[in-house]
Design a protein around this ligand. Structure first.
Ligand code: EPZ
Length: 425
């Protein structure tokens, strides 16, 4: 098992380049299936989730080439087959379900493994399937697969019970090649959803966010190829902001978008850090001691659930009592037990956690329970006395590229210990 060894690190100092956003890259790569022309996507970081999705796109019939150094992907889906149900990789990564909308729209049918739930919640897909049905698809769920069939999708009116990011993205992609107008009410409007909309419109789609969570799509007959650069990753930016806060550091996040991290900036201001927009990114620096603050996760523009665990790490050493309310997922405090092994004082009850700031954390052997909880352990380990050993870091590699190198460049004491490959003696 690969590990991160992290030692208490002084204030982080310097500049860090923020990579392309994982949660924009994944739907945008799926959208490339909507055309038989070549698409070129820039700003695609070498994440394990990207490699998994590339395999699924190839199984669907696309020709994919990825230049990891340039972080550029070229995709040409001359013709696509709708059945990727035997692609076991698809079960490993929920976002692979985002190929359903494009395959249904392009091919008239799509069959995928039902995406696994994961440890943060059971992650249903009822809103995705409801949207496809309203567009005219016949849905069948059996033997752990979901199948949607419709020779010609027709626009419709869809109200989402929850502003689901994935359901919004899947429905927009299906509707973009349907006949007529689709209106999605109570849609997700996260920056990553807007990035997908911008890419689709570059391809010749007609998708408009008309405000207060309403998105209108006028279907077109065909979409063409496009060249596109993905937005920077606001969750990676938030992760480095938290690392600066917990070490009292002074860093600049290059090419991060201030508009996308306003909730995080507001919370850091409450806990004694300044966050300022500069011409090439965002400057984060201390203006006092870390003080307790509260977080309530909400769909955008509320505080993002993906930053909850990372900011809880900052709370563990912030003076006073902090309260976290997680409204998006039902089980997203998996970092709490691991942080308590490092001396944090956290009590959780359902969707609420109460964090008492402690004088210091101490290094311990911990394991990353999931992607963002794993990132939270790195953040806390930077402030913990002694050394912390973080296992199960494959979860972290899903959503962060070169995180140890980026942190080392800021002065962090972190190194990756690769597991012995099987048979290498
Ligand atoms: C996306 O997941 C992100 N993943 C998640 O990031 C993020 O936490 C989440 O949006 C919320 O912002 C990608 O974009 C690849 P949802 P998604 O559908 O689309 C319920 C990370 O760490 N729901 O907005 O799966 C669901 O149970 C990951 O990068 C239904 O009830 O999230 C949850 O409670 C983790 N029915 C809520 O909506 C449905 O059909 C939010 O889920 C779909 C969702």
């Amino acid at each position: 098992m690969s590990l991160f060894l992290v030692k208490k690190s002084g204030p982080l100092l310097g500049e860090v380049d923020i990579s392309g956003a994982k949660n924009a890259v994944l739907p945008i790569l799926c959208a490339c299936l909507l055309t038989d022309e070549k698409c070129v996507i820039n700003g695609v970081p070498p994440l394990s989730d990207v490699f998994i999705l590339i395999e699924i796109l190839k199984k669907a019939g696309a020709n994919v080439s990825y230049d990891e150094i340039l972080e550029r992907i070229e995709i040409k889906a001359s013709d696509v087959g709708g059945d990727v149900s035997n692609e076991h990789e698809a079960v490993k990564m929920r976002a692979s379900f985002l190929v359903m909308g494009p395959l249904l729209a392009r091919n008239g049918s799509a069959k995928l493994p039902l995406p696994g739930g994961c440890r943060i919640g059971n992650r249903p897909i009822d809103l995705h399937l409801k949207g496809f049905e309203i567009l005219g698809a016949k849905i069948k769920q059996e033997h752990g697969t979901a199948e949607a069939k419709c020779p010609k999708l027709l626009g419709g009116y869809i109200y989402l019970d929850f502003p689901s990011v994935g359901a919004t993205e899947n429905i927009i992609m299906a509707a973009s090649l349907s006949e007529g107008e689709t209106v999605i009410e109570n849609a997700a409007v996260e920056p990553e959803v807007i990035d997908l909309v911008n890419f689709l419109n570059q391809m010749g789609a007609s998708v408009f966010c008309v405000g207060n969570g309403t998105i209108k799509v006028t279907g077109v007959k065909k979409l063409h190829g496009a060249v596109y650069t993905v937005i920077p990753d606001r969750i990676e930016a938030g992760t480095f902001m938290a690392a600066a806060a917990i070490t009292g550091g002074d860093i600049t996040l290059k090419n991060a978008v201030y508009e996308h991290i306003k909730p995080a900036a507001a919370k850091l201001a409450e806990c004694g850090m300044a966050v300022e927009e500069t011409e090439n990114g965002i400057h984060v620096y201390p203006v006092g001691k870390r003080k307790a603050f509260n977080i309530k996760t909400m769909p955008f523009p509320g505080f993002p659930t993906d930053m909850q665990a990372i900011f809880m790490s900052v709370m563990t050493i912030s003076k006073g009592t902090s309260i976290v309310t997680e409204t998006v997922f039902e089980n997203r405090f998996l970092q709490a037990d691991e942080l308590k092994r490092m001396g944090a004082d956290i009590k959780t009850e359902g969707r609420v956690a109460v964090v008492e700031g402690v004088r210091k954390l101490t290094g311990a052997k911990v394991n990353a329970p999931d992607l963002r909880a794993g990132a939270a352990l790195i953040v806390s380990a930077l402030a913990a006395e002694g050394q912390t050993e973080i296992g199960e870091i494959q979860h972290i590699d899903r959503g962060y590229s070169h995180i140890d190198e980026k942190l080392r460049r800021l002065g962090a004491h972190i190194k990756r210990i690769e597991e012995e490959k099987e048979g290498k003696k």
